[in-house]
Design a protein around this ligand. Structure first.
Ligand code: LCS
Length: 393
């Protein structure tokens, strides 16, 4: 079926769907197999030589990942996609696939922790130069371009401070310098933001989050032009960061409801952000949908909504954050995000506890900063849980 002209939810349901002819299965079966049989030696030879279409071995390709990659590429409005074993696998495969010894990467200084570690500690081991800048101010990006800059890397909104970066202008700077813009679109998903339409060259995702949506898969996604994906694909196949057929099948199932889930995540998050903004025990709320957010206007122009992630600072100490974590009842105390249930975490006592306090505060992660992934439970229950937990502080 040609789904190219379909609207988002129809595409999310129908794009890429494999019609199983063998048993007439309505839903695509899970091709839970490590290898595929050849009819004869000649066929095996042709498949290895790329002269005949068909599967060989699941690390190199599997119907469940093919179907998912096609769906995601259409949703992101890209030509091609790749499915990886985790978000970090998507990010590391793209960076190692594009960058060569002597190249330079210019990255935003607010990134998911493991992405920051991969870029700052691991890329230099391969002879790649790294610079981090506050990419919210595009002058910093422009000023730090070098003749060997090959990638500008951003995450927007950024984890966990909700900083928003201008994708269109970042792409223009990258292209003037002959570099690629890579955008981590995990927080927004293609339902809300399609970086390729704004000029980005490659999009990466932790599909573990909203794409899967139910907290039961770890996976990643890469989307871009056919040319770039063809260049990157051998790195995925040979590093071996492919995903399992079952995980691809779960992501496929999750993606079909992405639109309706994101709509409710956004509606709930805005109500929660407004509630927290007025609460006497809250010092500051970081949510791009609040008029007080410094990039409120930019968020409206580059995305179709503000997402489900909120960060906020309590009027209190590190202990106040710990008390809040220990007081929520329905909201789950856990890292990760983008699940149907609300998840809360306190970076200073949990994910970022190992970073020296001064350094942590400098990067915008204060003692009482809390990150909330607003779920799709009934809003009354989310507010009631937050209210009773805030009363304990
Ligand atoms: N990009 C972003 C924006 C993320 O938030 C994460 C994980 C990743 C990439 C990596 O994806 P993974 O390999 O885990 O699928 N973020 C997490 C977080 O905020 N808490 O736990 C994991």
């Amino acid at each position: 079926m040609d789904t190219k002209g379909f609207k988002f939810n129809s595409k999310a349901i129908h794009a890429g769907h494999i019609h199983d002819k063998s048993a007439g299965s309505h839903v695509t079966p899970i091709y839970q197999t490590s290898t595929f049989c050849f009819d004869n030696a000649e066929q095996g030879g042709k498949r290895f030589a790329g002269k005949e279409e068909g599967y060989i071995y699941t690390r190199l390709g599997n119907p469940n990942t093919t179907e998912l990659a096609e769906k995601v590429a259409q949703l992101e409005n890209g030509e091609c996609g790749l499915i990886t074993s985790s978000g970090m696998s998507a990010i590391s495969t793209v960076l190692i696939g594009v960058l060569k010894k002597g190249d330079h990467i210019l990255a935003s200084d607010t990134l998911y922790g493991c992405t920051y570690t991969f870029i700052s500690e691991m890329l230099p081991q391969y002879g790649i130069e790294v610079t981090f800048v506050d990419a919210e101010d595009l002058q910093n990006v422009q000023d730090n371009i070098k003749t060997n800059t090959k990638i500008i890397y951003i995450e927007t909104p950024a984890n966990p401070t909700m900083k928003v970066i201008d994708i269109k202008k970042s792409a223009e700077i990258a292209h003037r310098a002959g570099a690629l813009l890579v955008v981590d679109n995990t927080f927004m998903t293609p339902y809300l933001q399609r970086p390729l339409e704004l000029g980005a060259d490659l999009v990466v995702h932790s599909a573990t989050k909203y794409i899967g949506g139910h907290g039961d898969v770890v996976a990643g996604i890469i989307v871009g032009s056919r040319k770039l994906i063809t260049m990157i694909e051998p790195y995925l196949k040979n590093f071996g960061g492919t995903t399992s057929p079952f995980d691809a099948w779960l992501l496929m199932r999750g993606l079909k409801t992405l639109g309706i889930r994101m709509k409710t995540h956004c509606e709930n998050a805005l109500i929660v952000a407004e509630y927290l903004d007025k609460h006497p025990k809250i010092k500051k709320v970081y949510y791009p949908g609040l008029k007080s957010h410094p990039q409120y206007d930019l968020s409206q122009t580059q995305a179709d909504g503000f997402g489900g992630m909120i960060s906020f600072e309590l009027n209190g100490t590190i202990e106040s954050g710990i008390t809040l974590m220990n007081s929520v009842q329905m909201i789950t105390l856990a890292v990760s995000l983008g699940s149907v249930d609300s998840l809360i975490q306190h970076p200073a006592s949990m994910t970022h506890a190992g970073i020296p306090r001064e350094e942590r505060i400098k990067s915008g992660i204060g003692d009482s900063l809390v990150r909330l992934s607003v779920g799709i439970e009934n809003i009354e229950d989310i507010l009631a849980d937050l209210s009773q937990a805030l009363d304990k502080i």
